[in-house]
Design a protein. Structure first.
Length: 394
């Protein structure tokens, strides 16, 4: 199939391009490269230097014999996607093209507004361009479990059967996002559902949990094919950060009590899930929601698992409870349904100590360049101007 991947330069976008290309699809990767500009602005960098997107595409062709086309442009820009989609006519559009950080969105007014504009407008541009030029295209949109928050009831997959005054209906599950970033994703979900219901588009909305991992089968083929793995307070997700902290001799910083529970998945499960959804497309006019994660953990339990795995490699990692910079419950009920992808044939990789050890081993050659101030503090949800404390969901 012809598949357009928006956000192709990112942590998930680049491995997805390679996986789809390896499967034999015709892949066009689109990115504005703005994530690199954000990294420069904040003075953060990936654990391992990442070549330019065009250089990685060239290396992929030399290594695999397969081609990934690349276009640099902003999906928010008026007319850019119209031209690209009219010419390429994608059968599938995989959308990663968003500002992905909750801490960045909570840093200050400018970053919060930019997050909303970038994410919501970008999704609207995609929907309008598909409607005009590729109305049968299947939109596969990366959402987030953070849209739901932590309600005191079970979290269903996107919808809830409601009985009220003797009548019943299937309605969107109530959303309680915890950051400006997660709120932008809620708006995306509403806009996509509208486009399916009113315009007859087809879409699969993947509410993804927290991703971990640094390697895929494709990134291991050559050093120049690696992806953008972050451990900093703004772009680094919690398990990835814990691994780097353990190896760098920095305490694993746990927010408050560490009882926050979330869904997690290996980066390989992200690739598997999206490939599976592509091969089982939504019907015209259908808006589907999948809760995309493999298992649930408390943050404190993850920290203890990383400490145990690091000990196998001779590292004496320690745990440190720090004041929670976020506005969130630290001990709460959390039970999210996530059977839809499994019914389609996804087979999850559960987090084991062996997997953690392999992750740590892959990071060891690069942690010598990690400075203590890069591992310190996260953005406060309430302070102004923003102050730093420690990393959480990302």
């Amino acid at each position: 199939m012809r598949i357009l991947v928006a956000g192709a330069d990112g942590y998930l976008g680049w491995p997805m391009c390679m996986r789809l290309s390896q499967e034999g699809h015709e892949v066009l990767g689109v990115d504005s490269l703005i994530k690199r500009a954000w990294e420069h602005e904040l003075g953060v960098k990936p654990l391992v230097p990442v070549p330019a997107l065009t250089d990685r595409a060239d290396r992929w062709e030399k290594t695999s014999g397969r081609h990934i086309a690349v276009e640099v442009g902003d999906v928010c820009e008026d007319g850019f996607l119209d031209e690209v989609i009219a010419r390429f006519r994608p059968e599938v559009l995989v959308d990663f093209a968003q500002q992905p950080s909750a801490p960045l969105s909570m840093m200050d007014e400018a970053h919060g507004v930019h997050t909303q504009v970038n994410n919501v407008v970008g999704t609207l541009r995609i929907l309008y361009a598909i409607r005009r030029h590729a109305p049968t295209c299947h939109l596969v949109k990366l959402g987030t479990m953070g849209e739901y928050g932590t309600p005191n009831i079970d979290i269903e997959e996107g919808f809830l059967e409601v009985e009220h005054n003797g009548r019943t209906d299937r309605l969107p599950f109530p959303k309680q996002p915890g950051s400006i970033y997660h709120l932008s994703k809620v708006h995306d979900s509403h806009n996509i559902a509208f486009a399916c219901r009113v315009w007859g588009l087809r879409a699969s909305d993947l509410n993804q949990g927290v991703v971990y991992g640094i390697q895929t089968g494709e990134t291991e083929l050559a050093p120049d094919l690696r992806t953008s793995f972050h451990y900093d307070p703004v772009f680094g997700t919690v398990l990835n950060r814990f691994c780097v902290q353990a190896l760098a001799g920095h305490p694993l910083t746990v927010h408050g009590l560490g009882g926050q529970t979330r869904g997690f998945l290996n980066i390989l499960d992200t690739l598997q899930s999206i490939s599976t959804v592509i091969s089982h497309p939504a019907a015209p006019g259908e808006y589907r929601v999948f809760n995309q994660f493999s298992e649930q953990f408390r943050v404190i339990d993850l920290a203890e698992r990383v400490i145990a795995a690091a000990a196998r490699l001779g590292y004496d990692a320690q745990l440190s409870h720090v004041p929670n910079p976020r506005v969130e419950s630290e001990d709460h009920y959390y039970n999210a349904k996530h059977s839809g992808l499994f019914r389609l044939g996804v087979h999850p990789r559960l987090l084991s100590e062996d997997i953690l050890v392999r992750m740590l081993e892959a990071m060891v050659p690069f942690v010598s360049g990690v400075a203590a101030d890069e591992l310190g503090t996260d953005v406060s949800w309430t302070s102004a101007p923003a102050e730093l404390a420690t990393a959480g969901e990302g």
